[in-house]
Design a protein around this ligand. Structure first.
Ligand code: SAM
Length: 247
């Protein structure tokens, strides 16, 4: 997968050289490039923003600069498949595991990181009208960040790890929180067996795979009911998992 990031802070993304994302770039599973939006300005001060029409506090990012940048980035790579323009915004759809799974099938993601009061609304409108790309306005949650960079980093990690060959052991993706069952993950343990009197649950030492699986499922249900009861409600992602209690 190819990932392009448009931002006024390209250095924000240096951390993508580390760990699994760094390895994925070395292996070629991911190709990530951060571009400086100011490279598409034409004035001495490399201005990307202006005051809002209608008045009010703060500055708005200019649609002309954003459009030039996006057009060049799209034209600079000859990607034929599915291309998605990702705009982080608190008024976007929530970034969920289901959305991340869907985005992991794209060939290219282009992130447009807003700052100040956000990007002139015409930018998203123009992207939505462009039949060569899809638009995805996404939100990390119901709070406001200073810029789209942190949200973009989170989205790249959530989506990138689902791209084939990014996570070495694909099995480790199967039983995670928010996976197929929709439940939160069960608790996990490793050595030492006894830590200052805190013991590992006996069932995990039993060698009885069925008993282990059942215990884990019940622990997942318990945890989900405690902290995310909404997932177990009718229509919630984990609702079907309640049927195990009938067995
Ligand atoms: N005035 C905007 C509003 O009230 O919706 C908030 C602008 S915010 C200070 C600047 C930028 O941070 C946004 O354009 C967006 O890129 C990013 N941002 C802030 N909160 C976010 C969130 N919850 N999810 C995704 N991006 C967010």
């Amino acid at each position: 997968m190819r990932i392009d990031i448009l931002t006024i802070f390209p250095e924000f993304f240096d951390s993508l050289e580390l760990s699994l994302m760094g390895k994925a770039q070395e292996s070629g599973a991911l190709a990530i490039k951060a571009h400086n939006l100011r490279d598409w300005t034409h004035d001495r001060h490399r201005t990307v923003d202006d005051s809002p029409y209608g008045g009010g506090a703060g500055m708005v990012m200019r649609v002309d600069v954003w459009t030039r940048a996006l057009t060049d980035v799209l034209n600079s790579s000859a990607i034929k498949g599915r291309r998605v323009v990702m705009i982080p915004t608190p008024s976007g759809r929530p970034l969920t595991q289901t959305l991340a799974e869907n985005l992991a099938t794209a060939d290219q993601l282009i992130f447009a990181c807003g700052r100040y009061e956000g990007i002139d609304a015409r930018f998203a409108e123009l992207v939505a009208q462009d039949s060569a790309v899809e638009l995805c306005e996404f939100s990390l949650g119901d709070y406001v960040l200073n810029g789209g960079e942190a949200a973009t980093l989170v989205a790249i990690e959530a989506v990138g790890r689902l791209v084939p060959d990014v996570v070495g052991n694909a099995e480790s993706l199967v039983e995670e929180s928010h996976g197929q069952s929709g439940l939160l993950e069960y608790p996990v343990y490793t050595r030492p067996l006894d830590f200052s009197g805190a013991q590992v649950p006996q069932v995990l030492l039993s060698g009885d795979h069925e008993a282990v699986a059942r215990w884990r499922h019940l622990k997942s249900l318990e945890r989900t009911a405690q902290v995310r009861a909404d997932l177990l409600q009718p229509g919630g992602k984990a609702h079907d998992s309640l049927s195990v209690l009938d067995r």
